[in-house]
Design a protein around this ligand. Sequence first.
Ligand code: MN3
Length: 214
Amino acid sequence: MENNRYPFVNLALPYAYDALEPFIDETTMRLHHTRHLQTYIQNLNALLIDRPQLQKLTLQQLIIASQRYTEELGVPLLSNAGGVYNHRFFFDGLRPAPAREPRGSLASALTQRFGSFEGFRDAFKKAALSVFGSGYAFLVLGPKGLEIIKAPNQNSPVQLMLCPIIAIDVWEHAYYLKHYNMRSDYIDAWFNVADWDKAGENYDRCIQNRGYMR
Ligand code: MN3
């Protein structure tokens, strides 16, 4: 991952803010990247500025380390390192006109685990819909194979040593301007821009590394 240590900068997205129209609108993408992610980046840098030991750690290591600290440091460290990691991962998994279904080894693994891609889709949508309040649904590779997990707030699969494959941000800021409170419509729209080729690369890397490091 690029820019994986302090000082963190808000890297440009690999597509234009309007590139995911009409599925995810330009204003949502612009605000999500330039305000929401930007704020996590600034807060994370502010938290690390006087902590040289933590400046040496990668984003993933910061997330894992956050669990060793007292609440006063651990909670903001997880929220902000998780906020940067999860947003970058979510944005990386989007693409205009992507492959709509996985191919190769991920396709086989999804079919084996969920019966079919449709079976996966239903299970993933159900999980994303049932995140109470703010958070994410992730498809991950864990010790038992593929799993769908819900991550509240900015919790991350990295904490649990699970290897992320694709994610949907279901915080209201991810969809409210276009879909108001209709999270279900947003999830359906997300399936039109979820990049299954990228997810397939992530899966192959997860299998190779047998770990959480991207
Ligand atoms: Mn978000």
